[in-house]
Unconditional design. Structure first.
Length: 276
């Protein structure tokens, strides 16, 4: 089961998040039939998205992260919402990203979405996410995210994220920095201990003081046939039937869940039956 623990540690001056997203990554592998390189890349961003979605405050909150390679050959996109519904897709990432950009869009009950962007330093999602927080949100953040594959299956995925709150003392900065040294190979730690074990082993005394909040992110797409109907309606019956004449049916594909919705001429007739 996927888990996201959140707590405040070290005098309530450091925000701690611990994730186990192994099941989340395996769901993505199954849905998209991913090779190992693509699974690692998408899995890392799905984990990052699960973390960022878990930080949203508004009930309508949502976040998306899109990574594009410098030469345009690869794209990885993930999105999530306040309910922990996480989804994503990857195209052309078999040979890495070769530079590029990371774009983050957050909607959290504000008047307009927050948009942030940074150049990719490497293919490692932890390094890129730390750079994003430093440059775009000006929040010092330590990130350890990892995905471990074996035989085409994810055997462990997850991460540990620590953010310094305003006014954090140097002593507690040092404590956070020292704690993060335990997660250089974070996927191995998750495989051995799980999120429960990480909290207990490394942060037990701290979280006993402040308590923890536990949520359960899951791979879930927000598309549906009903929503697709709403997208098609504005095109009009005449235009949709023209597409049917040319292509045999109207097909709409969702990249996030790899589902194709087909609308035949009969489906279009039913769709517009109540429209005067």
């Amino acid at each position: 089961m996927n888990k996201l623990y959140k707590s405040l540690v070290y005098g309530l001056q450091v925000s701690l998040s611990v994730l186990d997203t192994t099941e989340l990554v395996n769901d993505a592998i199954k849905i998209h039939n991913l090779d190992e390189a693509s699974a690692v890349m998408l899995g890392g961003l799905l984990t990052a998205c699960a973390y960022m979605a878990g930080c949203l405050k508004s009930e309508r909150g949502a976040v998306s992260i899109t990574v594009k390679s410098g030469d345009g050959s690869a794209t990885v996109s993930v999105s999530g919402d306040k309910d922990g519904h996480i989804r994503g897709y990857v195209f052309g990432a078999e040979n890495g990203l070769k530079g590029g950009t990371m774009t983050v869009i957050k909607q959290d009950g504000l008047f307009r979405p927050f948009n942030g962007m940074c150049e990719l330093k490497c293919d490692d999602v932890s390094e890129n996410l730390m750079q994003y927080f430093h440059m775009s949100e000006q929040i010092e953040t330590a990130v350890a995210i990892g995905v471990k594959m074996k035989g085409g299956k994810c055997v462990a995925a997850g991460g540990v994220v620590m953010q310094l709150l305003p006014g954090t003392s140097e002593e507690n900065m040092d404590k956070a920095e020292n704690a993060m040294q335990n997660f250089v190979h974070v996927a191995d730690v998750i495989e051995k201990l799980g999120a429960d074990g990480v909290i207990k082993t490394y942060f037990g005394e701290e979280t006993e003081k402040s308590g923890t909040y536990l949520s359960f992110p899951a791979y879930k797409c927000n598309c549906s046939r009903k929503k697709i109907e709403g997208v098609l309606m504005p095109l009009g019956k005449k235009e949709l039937n023209k597409i049917v004449d040319e292509q045999g049916a109207v097909n709409v594909h969702c990249d996030y869940c790899n589902t194709t919705y087909e609308f035949t001429r009969d489906d279009i007739e039913v769709l517009f039956e109540s429209v005067i």
